[in-house]
Design a protein around this ligand. Structure first.
Ligand code: SF4
Length: 327
């Protein structure tokens, strides 16, 4: 095993939306004291959630669990309009950690609805981002995951349709599904810019570049993390053995037998410390060298909400997203 080489994807790990969401919870705890309630896992990573819980965050799924007058943070995945209304009715102080790139999709939905279009969402059933985005439309939306779903889709008026997508889809799968939508509904209105976010795109591109150089790819991320699962799939589709692991403890040494080049990346919600722990563990197994690949350097930052040291206004962050997605 001593001739084994470790290859690190660039970029990997935290995106700007995750950085911001974690900072919102930390600042809310510092400013208002614990407990700070957080609706749903702030980001889909066990390490992050456990760390914030230890600092005073209380994670809940239903706002009914939050005592009146408390402070609540909405997770990076976003929430439906009905959850916003419920928070208002309960008199909760809300800090919204919805990623501005998810908010951009919500704003698109509102515009499409004003044009009286029915909306198709391309996304994964049951994912909180999908629930939040679908909950932006008073009359609901159609959810499609696959080309087959598109074939079976029944709409009221094929000439009054629009679509949006989840931000963390497989770029390749989404391209197939949206091509099927355009083929079946030629008048369908597309999002102004791709809804798949810069972080998802960059991390998938980086794994596509890395995987052919590897005998095995390890992705650090939680099983509930959509973008982390997609990274594993990207490597796997290039016929490289690929595993999604929560941390170094989940590494099975048997996977490494006969492997000379081990590629590592991490989902957008996975902290770099977990990557470093995995590298240390692999070094104990006799990794000879570590090679960091070249890739996109990201300099994206999102403003914090007003009231937590930032001056974000709902509209002001949109120009930031647009320039981000045009990268
Ligand atoms: S993965 Fe993309 S959409 Fe999700 S939090 Fe990060 S930047 Fe925002």
């Amino acid at each position: 095993m001593s001739s084994m080489e470790l290859i690190l994807a660039q970029p990997r790990g935290f995106c700007a939306g995750v950085d911001r969401a974690i900072e919102i919870v930390e600042r809310a705890i510092a400013q208002f004291g614990s407990p700070i309630y957080v609706r749903h896992e702030i980001v889909h990573n066990r390490y992050v959630v456990d760390d914030l819980r230890a600092k005073g965050a209380v994670f809940i799924e239903d706002l009914a669990e939050v005592p009146r007058g408390s402070t609540v943070v909405f997770s990076a995945h976003g929430v439906s309009q009905s959850v916003r209304r419920e928070a208002e009715q309960l008199g909760l102080l809300v800090f919204d950690a919805t990623c501005p790139l998810v908010t951009k999709v919500h704003i698109e939905v509102a515009k499409m609805r004003r044009e009286d279009r029915e909306i198709v969402m391309v996304g994964h059933h049951g994912h909180p981002e999908v629930e939040g985005t679908m909950g932006q439309s008073d009359l609901g939306m159609y959810l499609v995951e696959t080309v087959e779903d598109v074939i079976n889709l029944k709409v009221k008026d094929p000439h009054k349709l629009a679509y949006v997508t989840q931000t963390t889809l497989s770029v390749d799968d989404a391209a197939e599904v949206t091509a099927a939508l355009r083929a079946r509904f030629p008048d369908i209105v597309e999002p102004k810019r791709n809804d798949i976010c810069y972080a998802t795109q960059n991390r998938q591109d980086a794994v596509k570049f890395m995987a052919p150089q590897c005998d095995i790819v390890l992705i650090i991320g939680s099983p509930s993390s959509s973008n982390s699962n997609r990274l594993r799939e990207v490597a796997s589709r290039l016929n490289v053995s690929a595993y999604l692991i929560e941390n170094a403890d989940a590494l099975d040494p048997a996977w490494l037998v006969g492997k000379r080049r081990v590629g590592i990346s991490a989902g957008a919600s996975a902290p770099e410390i977990l990557v470093q722990q995995l590298i240390s563990r692999l070094k104990e197994s006799g990794i000879a060298s570590v090679r960091k690949l070249d890739g996109v350097e990201e300099h994206v930052q999102f403003p914090l909400p007003r009231g937590l040291g930032g001056n974000e206004e709902r509209g002001s962050s949109i120009s930031t997203h647009d320039s981000v997605n045009s990268n």
